[in-house]
Design a protein around this ligand. Structure first.
Ligand code: HEC
Length: 108
């Protein structure tokens, strides 16, 4: 009986992970809209660049850096440190892919 419980728990965890990557990125992105715009096309208040102009890798690097390096970023970095806090690195990568795939615009 105990074994079955463990297997069920393991399957549940595995399921949650794959779900977290693609399917929840659009839900997670809703938290970003107020400052970054519905298509990540806005320069956030106090920021310098619109996320939609970045590549997926650039967004990944940036988000991971806000999470792991307290010295990373501009004068508004504390805002983003707070934003990335609830997310795992996998969630952040999925968010980066989501933003790039759906909203990317060429730099002017
Ligand atoms: C309360 C406003 C606010 C929210 C909400 C917010 N951001 Fe930001 N974001 C900023 C500001 C301000 C900066 C510039 C920070 C700095 O000075 O380093 C920034 C910077 C960034 C950058 C770096 C480059 C750029 O585009 O300016 C990325 C990428 C980014 N945010 C993604 C996100 C994502 C993804 C979310 C949602 C999980 C999010 N942000 C939520 C305000 C916000």
């Amino acid at each position: 009986m105990k074994i079955i419980k463990i297997i069920t728990a393991a399957l549940f965890v595995a399921g949650t992970f794959s779900f977290a990557s693609a399917a929840t990125a659009d839900v997670n992105f809703k938290r970003c809209i107020a400052c970054h715009g519905t298509k990540a096309e806005k320069v956030p208040p106090g920021g310098t660049i619109a996320s939609a102009t970045l590549t997926a890798d650039e967004i990944k690097q940036t988000l991971r850096s806000y999470k792991t390096d307290k010295d990373y970023g501009g004068k508004m970095k504390a805002t983003m440190q707070l934003q990335v806090k609830p997310f795992s690195e996998e969630d952040l990568d999925a968010l980066a892919e989501y933003i790039f795939t759906n909203f990317h615009i060429e730099k002017k």
